[in-house]
Design a protein around this ligand. Structure first.
Ligand SMILES: NC(=O)c1ccc[n+]([C@@H]2O[C@H](COP(=O)([O-])OP(=O)(O)OC[C@H]3O[C@@H](n4cnc5c(N)ncnc54)[C@H](OP(=O)(O)O)[C@@H]3O)[C@@H](O)[C@H]2O)c1
Length: 384
């Protein structure tokens, strides 16, 4: 039995993970589940899966969680200490599926405890990639990529390091506005932005896919996971989302991983790693897909791609600023406070305005993240 803790158990990746575990009760045992505020779902799943620990990030909701767990063997906890306990407890594998920089401290707690970490929370790696890779070397932690693109590359590398790799190619669906003009994108609603053509995901990553900031964050994530510089990581738009990414070796061979657009496939790969597990996902039918197309990304219509590459190449504080401003801007867009093109504009302005020293510790990252959020919030107020 592999013991599994799920950080962000009530979200899209968290629920897909539980779905797979429910179908393989003889292989996995849940130790801990966490959520931000969804007490009802958290308590129900903690009872159903017999977790030892259920953690709610919002400390004011602990009494509600305790009441919801009454009569069960599940212990309730709250706040950052509770999240760290879930991450560093007795799980063999930690599924890191909190959204945003909020996941950074719990992910680091798991890494410092030497866990095998299935990493969906890309923002943790974007904001503190160097620190996390260094910490994992010290503790012996293993990072398994859950993002479908990075999971595809991980599978294509098959245990080899990147010395013989010429370049990595991240594929991108192009999102719901792939063929929209700049003028059309100025009019889009949050509802249109979260309606992804191929993938079912949480609201924040869906908007990131629509701006293509998601691919920008994935570029930075790939740099940290696989240790290659910006110029050896390309992005290619592939609207069918069948080829999940590619590795081109120095001899000219190109390896790709294909599969259905269902996050349960890469999640299952990380859950069972280094073995495989069966899933009941719909199989890829290439005869039905028939045509696979590829196109170059358009950085004029999707400036977030350019901003993310700039942040990666600048390094230091830039990726933290990029991520924080993006989180603030996406939340404002979802609330109808700004227009869609304002997201990238706000991120660009934060990058231009903030010349900060490189963060050396997680505390530095969190302080910089808070300052960048303030700058972005202020810019939104000025626009109103
Ligand atoms: N969804 C996908 O298909 C997909 C694919 C690849 C990568 N990812 C990455 O995986 C991560 C999760 O994405 P998602 O789509 O699953 O997100 P989601 O559906 O929005 O779920 C987010 C989870 O994190 C919890 N959470 C939110 N804010 C928190 C906070 N401040 N402190 C502690 N917990 C918090 C939420 O709890 P509540 O429910 O209580 O709010 C929920 O459990 C993201 O980093 C995303 O980029 C997702």
């Amino acid at each position: 039995m592999k013991k599994v803790a799920i950080l962000g158990a009530t979200g899209s990746v968290g629920r897909s993970t539980l779905d797979l575990i429910a179908a393989a009760p003889d292989r996995f045992q849940i130790t801990a589940l966490t959520a931000a505020s969804n007490v009802e779902q958290l308590a129900a799943d903690a009872r159903r899966f017999g977790a030892d620990l259920a953690v709610i990030a919002d400390e004011s909701l602990l009494p509600e969680l305790t009441a919801a767990l009454a009569g069960s063997d599940v212990r309730g906890a709250a706040g950052s200490e509770g999240l760290a306990e879930a991450a560093a407890g007795d799980a063999d594998l930690v599924m890191a599926a909190i959204v945003g920089c909020a996941g950074l401290e719990p992910v680091m707690a798991a890494v410092q405890a030497g866990k095998t970490v299935a990493l969906a929370n890309k923002e943790a790696l974007v904001t503190a990639g160097d620190l996390m890779i260094q910490a994992s070397r010290r503790s012996g932690a293993t990072l398994l990529p859950v993002d479908s693109e990075h999971n595809a590359i991980f599978q294509c590398l098959a245990g080899q390091d990147c010395q013989q790799v010429a370049r990595l190619v991240l594929t991108a669906s192009g999102g719901p506005f792939r063929s929209f003009s700049t003028a059309e994108m100025a009019q889009v609603s949050p509802e249109q932005a979260v309606a992804h053509p191929n993938w079912s995901m949480g609201a924040k990553i869906s908007v990131d896919s629509a701006t293509m900031m998601n691919k920008g964050l994935e570029l930075i994530e790939a740099h940290h996971l696989f240790g290659l510089p910006s110029e050896r990581i390309d992005i290619m738009v592939h609207p069918q989302s069948v080829v999940h990414s590619l590795v081109e070796y120095e001899d000219g061979s190109v390896l790709a991983q294909l599969g259905p657009s269902d996050m349960r496939v890469p999640i299952a790969h990380t859950l069972a790693w280094p073995e495989r597990m069966s899933t009941n996902v719909e199989r890829l039918d290439l005869l039905q897909v028939a045509t696979l197309t590829f196109e170059a990304p358009d950085e004029q219509r999707f400036p977030a791609l350019r901003l993310a590459r700039r942040a990666l190449e600048e390094g230091g504080a830039a990726p933290v600023v990029l991520n924080a401003a993006n989180e603030v801007a996406v939340a404002a867009f979802l609330k109808g406070r700004i227009h869609f093109p304002d997201i990238a504009a706000l991120v660009g302005r934060a990058l231009d305005d903030m010349a900060e020293p490189a963060p050396m510790t997680i505390e530095d990252v969190l302080q910089l993240d808070a300052r960048a959020r303030d700058v972005a919030q202020q810019a939104i107020l000025e626009r109103a």
